[in-house]
Design a protein around this ligand. Structure first.
Ligand code: ATP
Ligand code: MG
Length: 139
């Protein structure tokens, strides 16, 4: 059975460009409930750990630098079939390939500076939610 939670991060490009409010509006309009949310900054160690699956990729160093370059807004979101539904809402990794109306099509600058993260599985949604939020915050 598909899970009902996912983890998102509004990335430093979108926060710096003043798109946080518009993105949250898109998320809630699409029927996601915000379980937990905060403004925070990632250390190099945290960003490196968060994207550790990509550590062998040529873009890893730049990705970690980008993710630590400014404020981010992580959030736990709830909806039926949340992981898949949310990835549909954000669109393809590269905004050039993202469908019309998706968050990345509307707000992303490039394949790296792509405005928003969405968990890719129920298992990672749980790991990532635990990474950012305490047990009480996740309740
Ligand atoms: P995310 O995990 O952030 O939701 P995603 O699952 O769509 O994105 P991944 O393949 O997991 O895509 O890549 C993680 C992030 O690494 C991307 O969101 C993007 O910021 C960056 N990235 C991915 N591919 C490239 C690339 N070819 N060049 C530069 N940056 C990239
Ligand atoms: Mg990913």
């Amino acid at each position: 059975m598909a899970g009902n939670r996912t983890l998102t991060i509004i990335k430093p490009d979108a926060v710096a460009n003043g798109k946080t409010g518009a993105i949250i509006q898109k998320i809630t309009d699409a029927g996601f409930r915000i379980v937990a949310m905060k403004y925070t900054r990632l250390t190099t160690e945290q960003a490196g750990k968060f994207y550790a699956v990509h550590r062998e990729r040529p873009f890893y160093g730049d990705l970690v630098k980008f993710m630590t370059s400014g404020t981010v807004v992580p959030a736990i979101l709830e909806k039926e079939n949340a992981v898949e539904e949310f990835r549909k809402l954000i669109g393809a990794t590269n905004p050039a390939n993202a469908a019309e109306g998706t968050i990345r099509k509307l707000f992303a600058e490039s394949v790296e500076r792509n405005a928003i993260h969405g968990s890719d599985s129920d298992e990672n949604a749980l790991i990532e939610g635990n990474f950012f939020f305490s047990e009480l915050e996740r309740f």
